[in-house]
Design a protein around this ligand. Sequence first.
Ligand SMILES: Cc1ncc(COP(=O)(O)O)c(C=O)c1O
Length: 412
Amino acid sequence: MALENEHGAHNYHPLPVVLDRGEGVFVWDLEGVRYYDFLSAYSAVNQGHCHPRIVEAMVEQTRKLTLTSRAFYNSVLGAYERYMTAFFAFDKVLPMNTGAEAVETAIKLARKWGYDVKGVPANQAVIVVCDGNFHGRTTTIVSFSTDGDATGGFGPFTPGFKIIPYNDLDALKGALADPNVVGFLVEPIQGEAGVFTPADDYMSGARSLCSDANVLLMADEVQTGIARTGSLLASEPGFTHGGSWDGLSKPDLLILGKALSGGAYPVSAVLADNAVMDVIHPGQHGSTFGGNPVAAQVAIAALDVVRDEQLSERALRLGIRFRAAMNDLIADCSLITKVRGRGLLNAILINDTEDSSTAWDICVALKENGLLAKPTHGNIIRFAPPLVITAEQIDECAAIIRKTVLEIAQKR
Ligand SMILES: Cc1ncc(COP(=O)(O)O)c(C=O)c1O
């Protein structure tokens, strides 16, 4: 901790625990104390820490060939692209590394499509985004953030974004009246904002409004995707791997990251059908590491695990169990006012102000009781364990949360 404090930039405020080892739902600190991981690296470790199949795929490929750049073909990328496009039922995939890079890629694709296909006048393209969004940390992405910490001191900002309220289809309809709108970039559930779950028909409603206005629906599933919310994707709960979209909410651009790699390696991707993806030509976009053979093997293994271990079904089932336990707690304790979420992406709301330290204090106490979680705001704590957690473990963790919250409530 002292080394990080002295030699590292202070762009994070970690809980005071130094993790050294992980396996499945557990992590251990340097003293060998075991904790339940209820953050999962912001939902990147859905398959559990150091999943043997993912580690094996990574190690095996690392011994053979790690990086060629896209100046040449590599012997894994094509197979990975075939696997990904079949898994998610899109024509094509564009591989990148981090979530923010994938969002940037989707923004470029939407703008290019707007000029080349929709016929928007040069440099006039508008992308509609939502209040409370979180799509990453690059300069363009923070340009349309509504969080003062993300934007303060980082201007001038990239133009071409219009912010509307989240979960408001009337506002979307109004914004889409502008003929220069090329895309609607949206999280199917807002994760960083505190797990805001919109109305059940929000994504299907957005889909039909975008179709009517000839605007691309751009679903950022970096945090919600890959089984986290009790379905493979949050955009359309009925969609399963290798299936067909029933057409209700298929996005034009699907943005994935985080758990696409099982937390082992940075892997992100944008999926689209040919009518959109074919607007990009050699030299117009790329990444030295995007599509490298290690990333490709890791992502195939990570998705194999999601399918074979039925992680969507597990997240759906255990999420209901977890929220029921939190509702029991709410009935007994006025410090917690609400639990919300889908699958195993949940948050509890604390009866205190947004700038209070109560959520932080609860997280520190949870750590003492063997469970690691992190506030999203002063009064919201997100709970997102690895999806390989068992029902017994969910019950044990709910009991830890209950005991900790009741202790803190008593002291107030
Ligand atoms: C919805 C969403 N999009 C994009 C990102 C950015 O991903 P990365 O941190 O890998 O750049 C995040 C990260 O939390 C996210 O939650």
